[in-house]
Design a protein around this ligand. Structure first.
Ligand code: PLP
Length: 392
């Protein structure tokens, strides 16, 4: 049976491509189809499009165009930052200690663990508090003489908490340690000026801000020594081999510019929807908690934990009712593991299996929120009853 309404409340997983972005991309599929590395006019035209896109991204980030590396996604940008910085000197002379947090996206945390295994990188994972935020003092305490990199995300993909980047940047600077931030969820909603944030590297991914899937960028401060995580040709100043995906790079740049210009307008609307969801669901559902910081959070993120509730079963019930949501990271759908983010924030298993992330977007309406407030409490109650029945 088709639900009477379908509502997309999973904009942290991905967003639809803005029609203005599609229009900007179209010529680069079949009209301007040269390879930007070619010498001839076809190539030069395509190269111009890539360089214009680089300038456009650099303007939003407040940096130089040559400090932007285009990649295939946010995960690749994070990989390039971690691998590139940590493997940039020969093993024998490597300063190779990494400081990160337990609430990072798997693009960072799994890369960190792999670097420990394969490259003997020394790893410290500093704790987070019950809101999912790191304490800058813990980062300072974790830094040692051979610390090469601190990697702390700008805003969390599950619970939306915003990290104290400027304070961490000050610590990194004082200790002469590089600072990378995964800004994949923040881009489009939070300010991205890299000088103001004080970061050395910053990763973004177009599909989180109404651009196409499969293209990302990494800001790399000028002068930073970074080995390519993907070797081959000399594209992107030797930092990222592979023929440029011209149309997608153009799409990323246009999407980022639009997102930056319209940020305040949409954030105000997101926040209104988000706060209605938070207040409405906490009032209607017993044993419900808001997860993440109450105010220091992404304007579009309303995330919860419901005690004794199977989060995946809840998602399926909501899907049947026409509501698309998530229990956390998009990759976790269908995975019965508790949320590592909620566990790190101190939630026990009775809570950490019952996460729900609702993320509003540009097309979300008041009527969508009304419908969510009507449907979600009943769905939680039903899932809890089914779970209690199964356990009996
Ligand atoms: N970092 C964060 C915080 C994310 O939320 C995501 C995607 O969900 C990524 C990295 C990975 O980005 P991509 O899907 O472009 O690889």
């Amino acid at each position: 049976m088709q639900p009477s309404q379908t509502i997309y409340l999973d904009h942290a997983a991905t967003t639809p491509v803005d029609p203005r972005v599609v229009q900007a991309m179209l010529p680069y599929f079949s009209d301007v189809y040269g390879n930007p590395s070619s010498i001839h006019r076809f190539g030069r035209q395509a190269e111009q499009a890539v360089e214009d896109a680089r300038e456009q991204v650099a303007r939003v980030l407040g940096c130089q165009a040559k400090e932007i590396v285009f990649t295939s996604c946010g995960s690749e940008s994070d990989n390039l930052a971690l691998r590139g910085a940590l493997l940039s000197s020969p093993a024998a002379s490597r300063r190779a200690h990494l400081v990160t947090s337990p609430v990072e996206h798997s693009a960072v945390i799994n890369t960190a663990h792999q670097l420990v295994q394969l490259a003997e990188i020394d790893l410290d994972i500093v704790p987070v508090d019950s809101w999912g935020q790191v304490n800058p003092d813990d980062i300072a305490a974790a830094c040692q003489a051979d610390t090469a990199l601190i990697s702390i995300m700008y805003a969390n993909n599950e619970v939306g908490s915003i990290q104290p980047l400027r304070q961490i940047a000050a610590i990194a600077r004082a200790q002469s340690v590089l600072f990378h931030t995964d800004a994949v969820q923040a881009a489009g909603q939070l300010p991205l000026n890299v000088a103001d944030l004080g970061v050395d590297m910053l990763a973004v991914s177009a599909h989180k801000f109404y651009g196409p899937k499969g293209v990302g960028a990494l800001y790399v401060r000028q002068g930073l020594n970074l080995v390519p995580s993907q070797s081959g040709g000399g594209q992107e100043n030797g930092r990222r081999a592979g023929t440029h995906n011209v149309a997608f790079i153009v799409g990323l740049a246009v999407a980022l510019q639009i997102a930056s210009e319209e940020r305040e307008h949409f954030n105000a609307i997101y926040q209104k929807h988000r706060d209605r969801l938070i207040e409405g669901l906490l009032a209607r559902i017993p044993d419900a908690r808001l997860t993440g910081h109450p105010t220091d959070r992404l304007p579009n993120n309303a995330s919860f934990a419901f005690q004794h509730t199977d989060g995946n079963a809840l998602l399926m019930h909501l899907d049947l009712k026409g509501i698309a949501a998530s229990s956390g990271s998009a990759c976790k759908v269908g995975n019965p593991e508790p949320s590592a983010v909620l566990l790190a924030m101190g939630y026990d298993l009775t809570w950490a299996l019952g996460g729900l992330r609702l993320t509003v977007g540009r097309q979300t309406t008041d009527a969508d929120i009304d419908y969510a407030l009507e449907v979600i409490p009943a769905a939680v109650e039903k899932v809890r009853k089914l779970g209690a029945g199964a356990a009996a």
